[in-house]
Design a protein around this ligand. Structure first.
Ligand code: ADP
Ligand code: MG
Length: 660
């Protein structure tokens, strides 16, 4: 059985397309058999079809018609992966243009076919490089080597997987005379290892050294002459080549590919960062907006907890009068009677109401020993302190008997204290003037900070009766704060209070209330609704920016596939399967996605920390938000890489190699 048999091989190139399409017959009915161990030179004028023939033998290209057998097996019928397997284990290529990968060292170039096979044998790589005299140049990249050294590296690469056949297309065509000799000697020495050599050459002198010279003219074999005696039949190893399954996941390759992908991206830092920008901005904006949003939600919740989601507020309202006089009615303002009725209700056993406080408020100027300060004066019941969590830090809150006696006592908010007592003197027992009435300070409240942009420490509290009779001169209240026993009893408490007030104000059934509520429990729901809407909005913004980011990645990956077309051709020629090429580009786009996402995430974290420590903002990073943002960026990386990666994987090896 012959090693290689070609029967009636034809190769027709199509030129142009549509009506102008022409065909060119590059090989016309070529039949030939090559035995194991032969040293064959192929000669002929330029353009006669020599390279085309070698590429068909090398399974880089396919013939238009005819049959190609290796050890009797019809290889043209094989699947692409199986052809790759033959290229990788059985054949070794040496090109006129060397075709080394420029960014890799000699060692890495030679290692590559092994990586594609899934097993690296370091000693074999070194030994092969030594055999070709490249031992002292293993860490040089092609740019740091002479042409001869590059070609010797390329031969080492062809040999490293111990092929049976070396295919060389004018291996010395680009080399000066003195380097050519070394190359030819290196190739010829392979014969002793039983390797079959098929070499295209222009040089008659080189051709004469071969066992057999095949001369091709105009796509046909013109002559086929055996120079020397063929090797004895018995000397040949007769172990036909066995196809092995090539259908495995090459972990070594994936690892190497990730390293290579990382290096390729680092090589082009500016471009990589620009490509990542969409993802960076997307992840950054989502994560930081979510963190700020969650923080704001917490703020609001804390606020509501302080007010109490079991609280509501009542104030007088004037019914709208629509022209007709029959709608007119008098309005009873919230008053002392209302307060006491509700208070009485609260004291009943099993009542839904826990506590109540009336409120009068107004801005007044306070003065103390030459200092004066304008602030909000709140007249409240003593129960207000417990209801709103306003326990003094120093001194005490006033009590109900002080209220009933209309005593001029006062509890200071922190901001007011700081303005009236700049020397931080103990204020308890001091006298402060409000509109020439002398108030005695009984308590100082702790600082509570700001809320909704307002300073909640900028306030003083006085008893409501003192406020009504002595300061404001009013016989009604601005508000009543009512506290239900708990949030669930809130609506029941509202009903109870409504009935009391309607009765007190003598409102006939069918006539609307002359008071209205502000329900803090409802406010909480409203706020969580608002934050839900905001969340959806953020999600949409994020999605858009991630899509834009994905398009950016896809764009760059497509450019990168075109830029590296030759590289893809080389990789396929030395044993990369389509899926290996696809993975290579996918891994790169995933790296862009992951790193971009990571950068966006860390920027958001950094901003969050800065806002928290510098501006004292409430910031909350929820793990699910981080997880979602990062997995989205990985997904975007994958999705935007699929199309370019498939495009790269589909390239035929020879078209990719020919790409300029
Ligand atoms: P050689 O190697 O003997 O110089 P080739 O095998 O490269 O010749 O080419 C044989 C002929 O086929 C040439 O005339 C060339 O123009 C033509 N040819 C080679 N490759 C292509 C191609 N991809 N498309 C069209 N024509 C081609
Ligand atoms: Mg050629």
């Amino acid at each position: 059985m012959s090693l290689i048999e070609l029967h009636n091989i034809r190769k027709v190139y199509k030129l142009g397309s549509g009506k102008d399409a022409q065909s060119f017959i590059a090989l016309d009915d070529v039949s030939l058999a090559i035995e194991e161990g032969e040293y064959v030179a192929i000669t002929g004028p330029s353009g006669s079809g020599k390279s085309t023939l070698l590429q068909i033998i090398g399974l880089l290209d396919h013939s238009t018609s005819g049959q190609y057998l290796i050890y009797g097996q019809d290889v043209l019928k094989l699947e692409d992966d199986q052809k790759t397997e033959i290229r990788s284990r059985f054949l070794g290529f040496v090109f006129q243009m060397f075709n080394l990968l420029p960014r890799m060292t000699a060692y890495e170039n030679v290692r590559l076919p092994m990586v594609y096979r899934g097993k690296v044998d370091h000693d074999k790589i070194i030994q092969t490089l030594n055999q070709l005299g490249m031992g002292s140049h293993i860490h040089h990249t092609p740019a740091q080597m002479s042409g001869g050294q590059q070609q010797r590296t390329a031969i080492a690469r062809a040999l490293v997987n111990s092929p049976k056949v070396i295919l060389a297309d004018e291996p010395t065509g680009n080399l000066p005379q003195k380097h050519s000799k070394q190359i030819i000697e290196a190739l010829e020495s392979l014969r002793e290892e039983g390797i079959t050599i098929i070499m295209i050459t222009h040089s008659d002198e080189l051709a004469q050294r071969a066992d057999r010279i095949i001369r091709i003219v105009d796509g046909k074999i013109e002559s086929d002459s055996v120079q020397k005696h063929k090797l004895e039949e018995k000397n040949r190893e007769n172990n036909p080549y066995q196809l092995k399954s090539f259908n495995y996941t090459n972990w070594l390759l994936l690892k190497q590919t990730a390293v290579m992908g990382y290096r390729a991206l680092m090589k082009n830092k500016a471009r990589t960062i620009l490509t990542m920008l969409g993802i960076i901005i997307g992840v950054f904006s989502v994560v930081s907006m979510m963190a700020v949003g969650e923080g704001a939600k917490i703020n609001v919740e804390q606020e509501l907890r302080r007010i109490g989601s079991n609280m509501f507020r009542i104030q007088t309202t004037w019914p709208k009068i629509k022209g007709s006089a029959s709608h007119y009615r008098t309005v009873t303002r919230i008053n002392k009677k209302d307060y006491f009725s509700i208070k009485k209700e609260a004291q009943k056993k099993g009542s839904s109401i826990k506590n109540v406080s009336a409120v009068l408020q107004g801005d007044k100027i306070l003065s103390y020993k030459g200092y004066s300060y304008s602030t909000k004066v709140l007249g409240v019941n003593s129960s207000y302190s417990q209801m709103r969590g306003s326990e003094p830090e120093f001194g005490r809150f006033f009590n109900e008997s002080e209220n009933n006696n209309q005593e001029k006592v006062l509890v200071l908010g922190k901001t007011v204290y700081e303005n009236l007592f700049p020397n931080q003197k103990n204020p308890i027992g001091e006298t402060i003037d409000i509109e020439e009435r002398k108030f005695r300070v009984v308590g100082l409240l702790p600082s509570k900070g700001t809320s909704w942009g307002g300073d909640i420490d900028d306030v003083v509290y006085i008893p409501i009766e003192t406020a009504a009779k002595r300061l404001f001169g009013l016989n009604y209240y601005h508000f009543l704060y009512v506290q239900a026993k708990n949030e669930k009893l809130l609506s029941k408490a509202i009903k109870v209070v409504e009935n009391i007030l309607r009765k007190n104000h003598r409102i006939d059934s069918g006539v609307s209330n002359d008071f209205k509520y502000k329900n803090y429990g409802e406010m909480k729901q409203t706020i969580s609704k608002i934050s839900d809407t905001m969340f959806k909005l953020i999600a949409v913004i994020a999605l858009i920016s991630l899509i834009v980011g994905g398009i950016g990645i896809m764009n760059i990956m497509l450019v990168s596939v075109i830029e590296r077309t030759r590289e893809i051709g080389i990789r396929k020629a030395i044993g990369a399967r389509s899926r290996d090429i696809r993975n290579q580009f996918l891994i790169e786009s995933v790296i862009i996605g992951v790193v971009g996402g990571g950068i966006g995430l860390s920027m958001a974290m950094f901003l969050g920390m800065a806002l928290r420590f510098l501006l004292n903002w409430e910031i909350l990073f929820k793990p699910y938000a981080i997880f979602t943002a990062v997995s989205f960026s990985v997904l975007v990386g994958i999705l935007s890489g699929i199309y370019p990666a498939n495009k790269a994987a589909k390239l035929s090896p020879i078209n990719a190699l020919r790409y300029e």
